[in-house]
Design a protein around this ligand. Sequence first.
Ligand code: FES
Length: 248
Amino acid sequence: MRVHDRRWLLHKFLHLGTGLLGLTLLGGCIYEKAEPVCVDGPSAKLLPVDLEQPIIYGGDEYLIRWVAFCVDFVRVEFSRNKGIDWTVLGEKIPAKEGEFFWQVPQIYSELAFFRLIDVATNQVLSMTETAQRIIPKVTVLLKDHPELETVGGLLLIELPSFGKVSIIRTGASTFKILNLNCTHLGCPLNTDDQGQNWYCNCHGSMFSKLGCVVNGPAQRPLPVFEHQFNNGEKVLIIYNIQNEPTTC
Ligand code: FES
């Protein structure tokens, strides 16, 4: 191809490109200026961001997002029992904001659902399709609890919507966190007279400080709570998820 022909082709190509760009921008302007036409009425869809997490932890900030068309205000609602009861989280939120932050309470639920309501019509616009779990968690700062700074140290705390638990430091960065309800019939435990074991006043069961059965009628050791320890920041996070202890 001669130089002249190549330049002519390049010129045509640039011309065409500029034209397409102009059309795109023009189209964009027209689109942006156009008023939405609500042919199908109001609609909205919850978006899967945090709504995809299988587990939500109490105390966390949780993001609920959506897209909405032809809706002025939405109400965000939450159910902890698969839609039998609904609690309002956000009363009248401009739909165009498209998001809502929820401070998750310290509750336990296996069947958490969310939905969006059109405030004008009370119509349900969108609802999550699968259940999520909500699990309370407690954050323990070791600087506030010097008893946990040495191995063997013990601290009793209340776990929200659960009750009394014991935290025992078992190593430099290991802990055992015990449910202090008797595994016989669920009575709360106390320390025995020597302060060495956990004792049940109901029928006399006794457990070691680490939760193993010393005397029946209880047969199973005390359940332990899942937790995470950040050794650098000296922060212990306890989740309300219980397992059988691995050693006894
Ligand atoms: S409930 Fe504890 S021994 Fe029966």
